[in-house]
Design a protein around this ligand. Structure first.
Ligand code: HEM
Ligand SMILES: [Cu+2]
Length: 573
């Protein structure tokens, strides 16, 4: 028997059977999923309050915080959001994918609780030491900026906890296979999570390599720490960490498409291949953080940020076609076959999982992806480096893209995992739109200000006390007002999410979800068209094809216009 050959097989797991999905849910895994998800949401709340303070400072007519608090809150916001909120949620996702989706038991729940405790202690330590004013170094903590040792210790504890959780995820999948808990190959969503976890493993190790010496350096035990060395290793943590988010987000895209429209991938092999492209190539993109560093040479920079990086971009392009195409085919099957886009018009727009998915894809691709590839190009980076274009890019990817996808999925986890009735359903219908609109404005405001040269991470964008006079065009204020107004809208959308989740979890009726997974039950679903094309021809994803062409045109226009802008900075006749 395979099961006996496995260490830990003596552990007794207790399962319940989910009446909706028929999955066997390990109760220990369920409790851990809940704990990690709740921690994630709490850090989203804290980071969100900080976001509001920052945005009201960036909105130049308000300019709320004094300089020291601006940098302090910026440090805490970056860590609470990018590290705590995202990683806690991802760990919840890994336990869900590794155990629940495979009918398997989570190995060693006690170690998983240890991992959770390490991550909590780490993130609390960081917040405390930052708010005490002893670590105003931003989340990147570039050497030779020096923080209090507790700051690095907090980072390291968090990373060790996350590594432990990853190890348990891999072990759970191996044991599930050996115990024959699932048949055939891994489901695509779990496959995507495995991709995320593989990237996470080397990411976290690089993080440890960067931060452990920094810890000793700040204790005074290491006399010197080379900034170039630190920056290289930090970014082999900091950049791939975003690709974990990317892989997890794409896995959730496939899940949301399946939940809300019944979509199945058109070509699963291709989708799997696209995930492999991430593993192989995406880490090379880290070099885009070092484009102005004196150490690495030009050829190294260009090779890594261009040629190799584009293979990872190809992965994203494949997913960005596959997910909408799968939805289009599913909706055409339901009868919406007229013209190119009837399926899109009649799609379940009031279902928050669907709207979150579409808004996530659109802002991630059209704003985040396009600007990322553009500013990651060596030459154009010389214009964009350390301007507000950079936070404009990553608020489109990691906030409107990843965060919104995570929010969308949460609405379905509440009945399934928390086993509570989802409350405030009408709010849920609106929430993705409000958050998405706000974040679109935030990103566009950032980018528009950045294109006009406004620095990021800088309290005084007017450079009032600088020895050289700096002029910023008046239109910058318009861009920053768009940012500020967008932030207010996004904060309302974020608060709605938090209220829906907390009200449901703490006051929702305890219930076994019965069949009903969706948030909105249409009273009368729209009539499928009758006079439409029949047969296979009517099922082709023609609409998605046209949308993708429109995207590529926009991409080319934005990319080329940046070369044009670059050309204008050279006054050579
Ligand atoms: C309501 C939502 C949000 C708003 C309004 C917001 C706003 C801001 C602002 C104004 C800055 C400062 C930019 C600068 O002056 O350099 C900033 C930085 C940042 N934000 Fe957000 N943010 C939001 C949500 C998020 C989320 C959800 C994440 C991550 C998942 C995130 C990650 C970051 C990071 C990593 C930085 C850079 C920190 C640094 O430069 O060290 N933000 N954000
Ligand atoms: Cu990066």
């Amino acid at each position: 028997m395979a099961a006996e050959a496995i260490p830990w097989s003596e552990e007794k797991a207790v399962f319940r059977t989910c009446p909706v999905t028929g999955l066997k849910v390990d109760l220990a895994a369920e409790r851990l999923i809940i704990a990690n998800a709740v921690a994630a949401v709490v850090f989203l709340l804290i980071g969100g309050i900080f976001a509001l303070l920052l945005a009201l400072t960036r909105w130049q007519v308000i300019h709320l915080l004094p300089p020291d608090w601006f940098y302090r809150i910026l440090t805490a916001h970056g860590i609470d959001m990018l590290v705590a909120w995202i990683v806690f949620f991802e760990i919840a996702g890994l336990y869900f994918g590794g155990a629940v989706m495979l009918n398997a038991r989570l190995v060693r729940p006690s170690l998983a609780w240890l991992a959770f405790a390490l991550m909590i202690v780490g993130s609390v330590l960081i917040n405390v030491i930052v708010l005490m004013g002893k670590a105003d170094v931003m989340f990147t903590a570039y050497v030779p900026l020096k923080a209090h040792p507790v700051f690095y210790l907090g980072y390291i504890l968090f990373a060790v906890g996350a590594l432990l959780a990853l190890g348990l995820f891999f072990a759970t999948i191996v044991v599930a296979k050996a115990e024959k808990r699932y048949e055939g190959s891994l489901p695509l969503v779990v496959y995507g999570l495995v991709t995320a976890a593989i990237i996470a493993a080397y990411t976290l190790l690089s993080g440890a390599l960067a931060l452990v010496p920094a810890f000793f350096w700040s204790l005074g035990l290491l006399p010197n720490y080379d900034p170039g060395f630190y920056r290289n290793l930090f970014w082999s943590f900091g950049h791939p960490a975003q690709q974990i988010n990317l892989a997890a987000m794409v896995a959730i895209w496939y899940a949301l498409a399946a939940i809300t429209t019944g979509a199945t991938p058109l070509n699963e092999k291709l989708s799997r291949f696209a995930f492999i492209l991430y593993i192989l190539f995406i880490n090379l993109g880290s070099a885009h953080h070092l484009l102005v560093d004196p150490g690495p040479g030009f050829a190294w920079k260009v090779t890594n940020t261009s040629y190799a990086m584009y293979l990872a971009v190809l992965g994203s392009m494949i997913h960005a076609f596959s997910v909408p195409a799968a939805m289009e085919v599913a909706l055409r099957r339901q009868g919406y076959r007229r013209g190119l886009l009837e399926w899109l018009r009649k799609a379940p727009w009031r279902e928050p999982g669907f709207s979150a998915l579409v808004i996530s894809i659109v802002i991630f691709g059209w704003i985040g992806g396009v600007t990322g590839v553009t500013i990651g190009t060596e030459q154009i980076n010389m214009l964009a480096h350390n301007t507000l274009r950079v936070p404009g890019h990553f608020h489109a990817t990691v906030v409107a893209g990843t965060t919104l996808a995570f929010m969308g999925l949460t609405y379905y986890l509440i009945p399934l995992i928390f086993r509570r009735e989802l409350k405030l359903k009408r709010w849920a219908t609106w929430q993705p739109y409000i958050f998405g609109l706000g974040m679109a404005l935030v990103s566009i405001g950032f980018i528009a200000a950045g294109i006009q040269g406004v620095a990021r991470r800088h309290w005084d964008i007017t450079f009032a006390q600088a020895p050289f006079p700096a002029t910023i065009p008046g239109t910058v204020h318009l861009a920053l007002a768009v940012l500020g107004i967008g932030a207010l809208i996004a904060v309302v959308g974020g608060a709605m999410f938090l209220i829906i989740v907390l009200v449901s979890v703490f006051t929702g009726k305890r219930q076994e979800a019965r069949g009903l997974l969706l948030v909105v039950t249409p009273s009368s679903p729209p009539e499928p068209s009758t006079s439409a094309e029949e047969g296979e021809e009517g099922l082709r994803p023609k609409g998605t094809f046209v949308l993708v062409l429109a995207f590529l045109t926009f991409f080319a226009a934005y990319y080329l216009s940046n070369w044009w802008l670059l050309g204008r900075t050279w006054f050579v006749r």
